[in-house]
Design a protein around this ligand. Structure first.
Ligand SMILES: Nc1ncnc2c1ncn2[C@@H]1O[C@H](COP(=O)(O)OP(=O)(O)OP(=O)(O)O)[C@@H](O)[C@H]1O
Ligand SMILES: [Mg+2]
Length: 235
């Protein structure tokens, strides 16, 4: 079966230029396969590289070496080394990403932030606004906040804007970084439902779910990320 995502022999180090080029190795010969319709959870201790992996899969970070193959547009694209235009095309149609924190753009109203992925795909203002409003209502964002910039929103409100933006369009692959981390029980339940609906529509998921109960409800298997033995970085 063709994989949605295929990571092979991935290596990634960070270099801290301000601290004498200190090297932080995060991945060494790491591999992962995501099948169509599968939902996998990344597990491992804090600082092991879970969020870094999602950022690599979204093309936010460059790989050191290795392949990140993504099934896109009827073919297979290697994200490591893909040009920016291809990465943007993948983000528009193939891979969605809900980061842990919303990147707020000042002066852009919440509803516009949520509508953007649909507008980017060419949907009309009216259709996009309607879909965004339905999601915002479902996520209990009061109407009076829709026209305001999320800059001053609470952590949980910002996270729900982020989730609405992430789920307004459907993607073959979704990357989720602790999507329910700062939500109350009712909103957590709504977000779990939204994620389950996406899985039901065929979306494959790679997620980080801190809560074990939520992880068990959403993921069909876990991938454990092992810490790299830091002694090897001085060789
Ligand atoms: N942009 C960066 N520059 C330098 N080092 C980084 C950068 N991003 C992450 N790191 C380092 O890479 C390692 C992995 O970080 P990452 O955020 O992926 O961990 P995590 O597994 O998501 O942890 P948590 O469970 O706490 O969210 C950490 O040691 C971190 O300090
Ligand atoms: Mg993280």
């Amino acid at each position: 079966m063709k994989h949605m995502v295929d990571v092979d022999k991935l290596n990634k180090n960070f270099f801290l230029h301000t601290q004498g080029e200190a090297k932080i190795p995060v991945f060494r010969d790491f591999g992962l396969e995501l099948k169509p319709g599968e939902s996998v959870a990344l597990v491992g201790p804090s600082g092991v590289g879970k969020s870094t992996l999602l950022r690599l899969l979204y093309g936010n970070y460059k790989t050191g070496s290795g392949k990140i193959l993504v099934s896109h547009d009827g073919g297979s694209v290697n994200l490591s080394g893909a040009d920016p235009h291809t990465i943007l095309h993948i983000r528009k149609w193939t891979i969605g990403y809900v980061s842990q924190f919303l990147r707020v753009i000042p002066r852009v109203p919440a509803i516009q932030v949520v509508m953007e992925p649909m507008r980017g795909r060419g949907a009309s203002e009216e259709v996009s606004r309607d879909l965004a409003g339905k999601l915002l209502s479902r996520l209990r964002i009061p109407n009076r906040l829709w026209s305001l910039s999320p800059t001053t929103f609470s952590g949980g409100e910002q996270q729900r804007i982020n989730i609405a933006r992430g789920f307004i369009a459907t993607y073959p692959v979704m990357l989720l970084d602790e999507p329910t981390a700062s939500l109350d029980p009712d909103n957590t339940e709504t977000v779990v439902e939204i994620i389950k609906e996406a899985i039901g529509m065929g979306t494959s998921i790679i997620g980080i779910f801190h809560d074990e109960d939520i992880r068990n409800r959403l993921a069909s298997r876990c991938i454990e990320i092992q810490p790299i033995n830091n002694h090897t970085c001085s060789e």
